[in-house]
Structure formats: structure tokens, C-alpha cells
Design a binder for this molecule. Structure first.
Ligand SMILES: [Zn+2]
Length: 255
């Protein structure tokens, strides 16, 4: 059913949540917009104005790496200052209550971890933009260090230990999907008796595969998204209201 109003949406969701034992949320950009994180792919989003830097270009050219880092530093105000929103806090509450083993996300903003879900229980399909790694040896580097080097040298740094390229820990356009994250996302999805897609248009692969996988596996399916999705027809509950308002009642008050 498509919830006719916010109250019905919350009531129906509460009912589904209470009779489910393994709730697996799948989140996209919509859960983070109230936190000031831009939705890159939405109409008017950054990627409709600025062509993304392809992974092959990043690897091939120092200029592309410099430009990529310049763009990242320009977005630090959005990412660096962002705090978890009502949706993140609600999911963290379900997690702490033992109702949810973890979350699968398309987001790169680290806000699920910031809301209290252990990093090993956040499966990031598109990586994480709040730190960097060496593409060759996988050593982790923090952004302030990269920025300091960039400002002093006028170019993006190479890895001090192996001379490889240092890139935000995100999955770029043209870069292979992370196998471990994909496998864990599938495992979580198959373990679910309630799969809740939140703030994702469910269009971009591999996002599109998970709701169907959950449904075929016998799980209930809830879709909370501003816009209609291709999976609304097979969902048990479709909610097209503001994500923060829908999930706020599920935030457990700390004792
Ligand atoms: Zn390295």
C-alpha cells in the first residue's frame, strides 16, 4: 500500500517493525539531505553541473588528481560539519535495540557510523569520503594531512610508503564495485525479514538488485522515498513523505 498520510505511514511502519526480527535498512542520499549533504545525482545536483572525474583519468593524470582533491576540499564544509539526522538516529536506535544487524548504504558521508552504528556493521557500497586510502597499498590517510600536503606542494600527494595514488575512500565512476561490500550487502539482505529502502531512487546498479532479492527471499519490503520507484508495486508499504518526519518516532530516547 501507498501510505495516504504521515500518521498512517508511521502506524504501518511501527506495526511492521514490531513484528520483524531482522530489519535491514538500505539507505541513499535522501536520508542525508536534512544533514546538509548534497544529493550529487539529483536534478540540479553537482554531477548534473560538473562532469565527474572518471577513475581511469584519476589514475592517469596528476592534473585530474589535483582537480579531484580541489573539489573534495571545496565540499568539506558540507561533509566536515554534517551530523546524523533523524533517519540516522532512528536506524541507530533499531540497531542498539538488537532489531537490526547493520545497514547497507550508498552514501559516502560516514553519518551511520557517526550515529553510533559500529563501522563493521555499515556496508558502504560506494565507499567513504571522510578519509583517503592509497590505491596500491591501501594505507589509510586522513584528510587534514592530504590538505596540508596539497597546500604546501601545490599538488595531490603520493603515498609516502609506496608512491601510489592517494584517493578518497570512495568508489568513483568507472571504478570496480568493492567485492567485500557487495558480498556483505547480499548476506545482510538475505538475512532480513524486513528490508527498508530509505531515500534511494533504487535506479543505480547495484541498488536496484537488493529490494528484489529481499522480496524473493520472503522479506517484507518498505520503501521510504520522496519520489516513486520502480519497486513500489511489489512493496508492502510505500511512504512518500519526509524521511526525517517518518523515522523520528523510531528514535529511542537515551536513558
Ligand atoms: Zn601506498
Amino acid at each position: 500500500m501507498i501510505a495516504p498520510d504521515l500518521t498512517t505511514a508511521i502506524d504501518e511502519l511501527r506495526e511492521l517493525v514490531s513484528r520483524s526480527e531482522v530489519i535491514v535498512p538500505f539507505t541513499g542520499a535522501g536520508i542525508s539531505t536534512e544533514c546538509g549533504i548534497p544529493d550529487f545525482r539529483s536534478p540540479g545536483g553537482i554531477w548534473t553541473k560538473m562532469r565527474p572525474i572518471d577513475f581511469s583519468d584519476f589514475v592517469a593524470s596528476q592534473e585530474a588528481r589535483d582537480e579531484s582533491w580541489r573539489r573534495r576540499f571545496a565540499m568539506e564544509e558540507s561533509f566536515g560539519g554534517a551530523r546524523p539526522g533523524r533517519g540516522h538516529r532512528a536506524l541507530a536506535s533499531l540497531y542498539r535495540a538488537g532489531k537490526s544487524p547493520g545497514v547497507v548504504t550508498q552514501n559516502i558521508d560516514n553519518l551511520h557510523q557517526a550515529s553510533g552504528i559500529a563501522p563493521e556493521h555499515v556496508v558502504e557500497l560506494h565507499g567513504n569520503t571522510t578519509y583517503a586510502t592509497c590505491l596500491d597499498c591501501a594505507t589509510r590517510y586522513e584528510l587534514p594531512w592530504v590538505k596540508q600536503f596539497f597546500e604546501a606542494a601545490g599538488r595531490a600527494p603520493s603515498c609516502p610508503s609506496c608512491n601510489g595514488h592517494i584517493k578518497t575512500a570512495t568508489v568513483s565512476f568507472g571504478q570496480a564495485m568493492p567485492e567485500t561490500a557487495m558480498r556483505r550487502a547480499e548476506e545482510l539482505t538475505r538475512s532480513a525479514d524486513l528490508f527498508v529502502a530509505i531515500g534511494s531512487s533504487l535506479v543505480v546498479w547495484p541498488a536496484a538488485g537488493f529490494p528484489l532479492m529481499a522480496k524473493r527471499n520472503g522479506a517484507g519490503l518498505v520503501i521510504v522515498n520522496r519520489e516513486p520507484t520502480d519497486f513500489d508495486d511489489i512493496a508492502d508499504l510505500v511512504v512518500r513523505h519526509d524521511i526525517g518526519a517518518v523515522l523520528e518516532p523510531f528514535i529511542a530516547m537515551p536513558n
